[in-house]
Ligand binder design. Structure first.
Ligand SMILES: Cc1ncc(COP(=O)(O)O)c(C=O)c1O
Length: 477
């Protein structure tokens, strides 16, 4: 365990934003400033009752009550960012509001320029593309391995990164998503070594891997493997509130952190929520505390229990590490014989009151969280056993809809040029053969079906059943 060995009584884990919020809460002032709900009095009573008076009392922004500022980081916020950098093994950490999305936008805006090339995996989150549209850098696509039996993207091949770096001498960054949404882990160590050899920074979108530095049974964080920048969605699995994330600069990073900081300053809200920032501080402190360490160990034990029970089932199967890739044990992707993922999801929800993270045509994703109890898993296992032994019918095919596109893009026009070109909206029935003018990505997982500049083919149609019209480039047939 890299984080700590003594218990919390011996070593008090500091949470400076949480402390500052407590101070402000205990010493209320007459408030003549934003937010105008003024400690919750100026809002709907039902809402106040629902979320609680205390939550509204700590809903404030920076500038007030000696809470520090986010951009530039000062006071308790700065201190909290420094503690986070130590905990995650970074040279510097920035707290993010608007999720890892803003982290990706800031990285693109701060580190890439118009016309430069960026090596990026095709199954990246749409926020990376938005960032590249802003900066004008062009993606050089890596199409990862395809796990066809699972309908999932696999790992990014090291030799593909190497090939693209050898063939292009004007690459400004390599940008890899690791792990994938479903927990597939690529060989970041080797990718980092190749990037170093070519003197190109490696950015890792580790949105789904923020727990890794807190337990050595989980994969190794890219911050330890030589990444220059790593983005973490703490709110996804780390225990902070929705929308709060972190961007870390690696200890030996070759990038200029001020470039990212400047971009964040421009992109961030000027009224940051202290409640969300406090939740980042709290999540980091919790993960470092003996309580958080126990929660994480239990989450891993629960995941192993779930996996061992699934192994005993006849018709339900789980994704495991395979040739060339590893998996994060806490992300359990399963499929059931004779049932689509969507149908499995709805059986769990309607018949058993269980909500899973997501579903595709093939399977469902179950997250084993630090907040789950063993009894949650025992219930889930019981329900899966029932599904395993009863004859559920699949009626989902009636919708004729597909998820998780795994298509190799045919790019006709560069990303930014396409995005800013003259466009028209046409019926989907006329879209094949035209060039997309928009980013189409269903969430979750936010992986693009179409990017601006991509040729629309028959293969896209099953993923576009919810769309009646598509925005395409006007003069491109
Ligand atoms: C790989 C990846 N990166 C980035 C994001 C964006 O994260 P956020 O929701 O924190 O903005 C997501 C969201 O699902 C994601 O899956």
């Amino acid at each position: 365990m890299s984080i700590r060995t003594r218990n919390d009584k011996q070593m008090k884990i500091k949470a400076p934003i949480v402390e500052a919020l407590k101070q402000a809460y205990n010493n209320p002032t007459y408030q003549f400033h934003i937010p105008g709900h003024t400690k919750g009095l100026g809002t709907l009573t039902d809402f106040r009752k629902l979320i609680g008076k205390k939550a509204l009392m700590v809903d404030t922004t920076d500038e007030f009550d000696n809470l520090g500022t986010l951009t530039p980081a000062t006071g308790p916020i700065k201190e909290a960012e420094e503690l986070a950098a130590q905990a995650f093994g970074a040279k510097r950490t920035f707290f993010l509001l608007n999720g890892s999305t803003i982290g990706n936008l800031a990285v693109a805006m701060g580190l890439t320029k118009k016309g430069q090339k960026v090596i990026v995996n095709r199954n990246c989150h749409r926020s990376i593309l938005t960032g590249l549209i802003i900066s004008g850098a062009e993606p050089l696509w890596i199409v990862p391995e395809k796990l066809n039996d699972w309908g999932l993207w696999g790992n990014v091949e090291v030799k593909e990164v190497e090939r693209l770096l050898n063939e292009n001498d004007d690459v400004s960054a390599v940008w890899i998503t690791n792990p994938t949404y479903e927990g597939v882990v690529s060989d970041i160590k080797s990718i980092a070594e190749i990037c170093k050899k070519h003197n190109v920074p490696l950015i890792v979108d580790e949105a789904h891997g923020c727990l890794w530095n807190f337990n050595d049974k989980l994969p190794t964080t890219s911050l330890k493997l030589g990444a220059d920048i790593v983005v973490h969605s703490l709110h996804k699995t780390g225990g902070s509130m929705s929308q709060s994330s972190m961007l870390h600069v690696g200890k030996n990073s070759m990038i200029c952190e001020e470039d990212v900081e400047r971009a964040l300053m421009l992109l961030h809200t000027t009224s940051p929520s202290l409640m969300l920032l406090g939740s980042l501080d709290a999540a980091r402190a919790n993960l470092q505390s003996s309580r958080g360490q126990k929660q994480l160990s239990k989450a891993i034990a629960n995941a192993k229990y779930l996996r061992s029970e699934i192994d005993k089932m006849k018709t339900i199967h789980q994704l495991k590490s395979g040739f060339g890739y590893k998996t994060d044990v806490t992300k359990v992707f399963i499929k059931a014989d004779g049932l689509s993922g969507k149908r499995l999801e709805s059986i769990l929800e309607i018949d058993f009151g269980i909500e899973v993270e997501s579903a595709s045509d093939i399977g469902i994703l179950i997250l084993c969280n630090i907040g789950n109890k063993r009894s949650d898993f025992e219930y889930l296992v019981d329900c899966l056993k029932k599904i395993d032994t009863h004859n559920y019918k699949d009626i989902y095919y009636l919708e004729n809809k597909k998820h998780m596109p795994m298509l190799t893009p045919i790019i006709e026009v560069s990303l930014r040029e396409a995005y800013f070109s003259e466009k028209e909206i046409i019926p989907k029935s006329q879209a094949v053969g035209r060039v997309s003018g928009e980013v189409i990505a269903e969430c979750p997982p936010g992986i693009t079906i179409l990017v601006p500049g991509e040729l629309i083919t028959e293969a896209h149609l099953p993923y576009l059943t919810d769309y009646e019209t598509i925005e395409v480039l006007k003069n491109k047939m």
